[in-house]
Design a protein. Structure first.
Length: 163
């Protein structure tokens, strides 16, 4: 009986430790032909880390080897956040990728002059995001345009937890 109680306490202790960041992509397509979200994380601002209302939100994306090339990302910004036109995109290796990006109200559009090849992992850094609202979870809807397809394909929701 004691072993059962200790096992239950140990399991509850492990379950109580939660990660700061979760990303929910469309799990049905993670091995398919469409890019998918692999993670999302928030960092203090690089410019002025002492200001809590300015953060950097990073979305991580994978373009599978079986996918067509990626030409554009559309990111819907949740209420309570303002994204500045200060966006950087990097390959997982750290190489910066040239983009044409714009912020239209609550939507960020990241266009790639040179399409992103299949098998590439991306980090999309939205720098100097202003936090106006109060939430413990920010939900970014992410969709993409892929070469050869004229419609936006929903990739899922990137969820950033803050405590």
């Amino acid at each position: 009986m004691k072993k059962l109680i200790y096992a239950a306490i140990l399991n509850l202790a492990f379950a109580s430790f939660s990660l700061n960041v979760y990303a929910y992509g469309n799990t049905r397509i993670q091995t398919g032909k469409v890019p998918y979200i692999t993670g999302a994380v928030a960092f203090p601002s690089r410019v002025r880390p002492s200001i809590a209302s300015r953060v950097r939100h990073t979305l991580r994306l994978q373009v599978p080897k079986t996918s067509s090339a990626l030409s554009q990302l559309i990111i819907d910004v949740p209420d309570g956040l303002i994204v500045k036109n200060d966006i950087s995109v990097f390959e997982h290796s750290g190489r910066k990728i040239n983009t044409n990006h714009s912020v239209n109200g609550s939507q960020v559009i990241v266009a790639f002059p040179e399409t992103i090849a299949p098998g590439t992992s991306l980090d999309i850094d939205m720098n100097n995001v202003s936090v106006l609202g109060v939430s413990n979870a920010w939900l970014y809807q992410v969709s993409a345009k892929i070469v050869g397809i004229d419609v936006n394909i929903p990739l899922g929701v990137a969820q950033i937890h803050t405590y």
